[in-house]
Write a new protein. Structure first.
Length: 396
């Protein structure tokens, strides 16, 4: 028996995991449908917030898989299957996007013909911002992500049985191709689903802003899941604090990166002081949104920065677990802050609603079910990967 085999035994997750997933998904689905029945306008925005949170975890996890292959990283190999399992939710994005396609009239002013008429700016943008082209773009992006997920993870799982190093080389090539495609497509998602809510606003850095949040969110769910699985004995016994230190370092790095991009976007628009740019920030500084804006600065940057800055913090498992949950929560707050102020257009006064908090239950439940299903069929550790032993031997 090899060191790899002796340190890892495949076990199914407890039945309670599936039960929790079913309960959350069922409650979220029932209440979510009720939300659309009682207030479809409000539900459209709330659903979009949670859909982008779900998308962040799914495609962000695929990016982490591709990043490992492209960078030739060893230390993250024992964790890679966790990201692969969360990326398995990508095909479901095609299903869950359907309610949003039926909500374009609620979400986007550019989908209304009378809004475009006699407006030179919107007439110039109408070749891009129109419903048929919008739907086609979204479907193409999601299909591209699903294709790369399918072929990369297929090679990874096949390697468990045949241990062929050629499969790693193929995935390196695929990952190098995927990463620039991901950069372009996540920018399209940022422009189409968020920026076009205010169709006359623009930012050349917004795609990078969303990218930073997506990667940070996927790191949060990876770290939280890895710690919980390690504590319960589902991962390889050789995984230690040095591995978690690296995850903590990445969370810290992308916290700083997100803060840098967020500040850069604000600073450039504040300095330029152009009305077509600054109105977007003014929306988020009026009324109660000022509190949310300040809260986002504190929770998304200041708290994680100081909580993860030291070596001791990055090797403190309890703190890493707490900060992983914190990062997931503040990413949801970030999506909320990006999207919900646009709901107040057309004299729709803003206030918190129970509808805002039902769709996260649906998507979290679905993620749990997807992860549990994958864990039943596939090893939680890529036992056939030639990099695994080097990853298990990793020490600072």
């Amino acid at each position: 028996m090899s060191k790899i085999e002796s340190g890892y035994v495949k076990k199914n997750l407890p039945q309670t995991v599936q039960k929790v997933g079913i309960i959350l998904a069922a409650i979220g689905l029932v209440l979510g449908i009720a939300g659309f029945v009682f207030d479809s306008y409000r539900a459209s925005y709330a659903y979009l917030v949670s859909y982008l949170f779900f998308l962040s975890i799914a495609v962000g996890s695929l990016f982490l898989v591709a990043l490992e292959y492209a960078a030739g990283a060893d230390w993250s190999t024992p964790f890679r299957r966790i990201s692969e399992f969360f990326a398995a939710a990508l095909p479901l994005l095609l299903l869950f996007v359907i309610p949003l396609f039926f909500s374009t009239k609620n979400l986007f002013l550019w989908s209304h013909a009378n809004y475009i008429q006699n407006d030179k700016i919107m007439e110039a943008k109408s070749a891009y911002l129109n419903t048929p082209f919008f739907v086609v773009r979204v479907i193409i992006v999601l299909l591209l992500w699903c294709f790369f997920y399918w072929i990369i993870t297929k090679n990874s799982r096949k390697q468990d049985s045949i241990q062929d190093q050629l499969l790693t080389k193929r995935n390196i090539t695929l990952s190098v191709i995927f990463i620039p495609i991901f950069a372009i497509t996540i920018t399209l998602i940022a422009v189409d689903w968020v920026m076009s809510l205010e169709s006359k606003w623009f930012s050349t850095i917004f795609g990078v802003y969303l990218f930073a949040g997506v990667v940070l969110c996927s790191l949060g769910v990876l770290t939280l899941s890895a710690i919980k699985l390690k504590e319960k004995g589902y991962l390889h016994s050789a995984i230690g604090k040095d591995h978690f230190y690296s995850l903590g370092t990445l969370m810290f790095a992308f916290t700083v990166f997100w803060g840098y991009i967020a500040f850069s976007q604000y600073m450039l628009m504040w300095y330029g002081n152009l009305p077509e740019e600054t109105f977007w920030f003014m929306q988020r500084w009026d009324g109660g949104w000022k509190i949310v804006s300040i809260l986002l600065i504190i929770t998304h940057f200041i708290v994680p920065f100081f909580a993860l800055i030291s070596y001791e913090a990055k090797t403190n498992i309890k703190r890493l677990k707490f900060m992983s949950i914190w990062i997931l929560c503040v990413h949801f707050l970030d999506m909320y802050w990006l999207i919900m102020p646009s709901m107040s257009r057309n004299n729709h006064a803003y206030s918190f609603s129970w509808i805002d908090f039902v769709y996260p239950l649906l998507f979290i439940g679905v993620l749990i079910l997807v992860f549990n299903k994958m864990a039943e069929k596939i090893n939680l550790v890529p036992v056939g990967d030639p990099k695994l032993q080097r990853g298990l031997n990793f020490h600072l």
